[in-house]
Design a protein around this ligand. Structure first.
Ligand code: ZN
Length: 181
């Protein structure tokens, strides 16, 4: 496979997707973001929020894709390109193919659930994918770093909670109450 050549416009779109990933972190979700462009113009954004919305399908790209399809009043988006900070999972990959995206660009790879080359490559199956060009690696380091920092912080918080439960860290709870006058 030839290495994709990314333009400054691609980088700009991916930077916006990384901002969206930060938004996910701010609400306690795994930081993944997505941006959809059409003719070089940003038309929709989304960030990962399955926990906050009680919706297992609320991955960043699905959230953005729903906004874009609603905006364009079309279930197919053949003129659209999507920039995602993480390799899509099988659900999102199929949604992007159903929508007939012109181009899918993602940053970091996901060895656990990515299906654009990691676990498998659904986009390479000609029976499934006739329309969507996929490109990987744009700002991959920035996205991977964000994910690493998020999981490190979450592990640290879990450790602190465990230590607190075991009484290793004083919690500041009163052991007796003074008599009120
Ligand atoms: Zn997904």
């Amino acid at each position: 496979m030839t290495e994709p050549i990314f333009t400054p416009a691609d980088e700009h779109a991916m930077r916006l997707a990384l901002d969206q990933a930060h938004n996910a972190w701010l609400v306690g979700e795994v930081p993944v973001g997505a941006v959809i462009t059409r003719g070089g113009q940003v038309i929709a954004t989304g960030y990962n929020r399955p926990i906050t919305t009680h919706d297992p399908t609320a991955h960043a790209e699905i959230v953005a894709l729903r906004h874009a399809a609603t905006l364009l009043e079309n279930y197919r988006l053949p003129e659209c390109e999507i920039f995602i900070t993480l390799e899509p999972c099988a659900m999102c990959a199929m949604a992007l193919m159903h929508a007939r995206f012109k181009r899918v660009v993602f940053a970091a790879t996901d060895p656990k659930t990515g299906v654009a080359g990691s676990v498998t490559d659904l986009f390479a199956l000609p029976q499934l994918n006739h329309h969507t060009r996929i490109e990987r690696g744009l700002m991959a380091d920035a996205s991977a770093k964000l994910l690493r920092e998020f999981f490190a912080e979450r592990r640290e918080a879990a450790r602190a909670r465990r230590a607190e439960r075991q009484g290793l860290i004083p919690t500041g709870e009163a052991t007796h109450l003074d008599d009120t006058p």
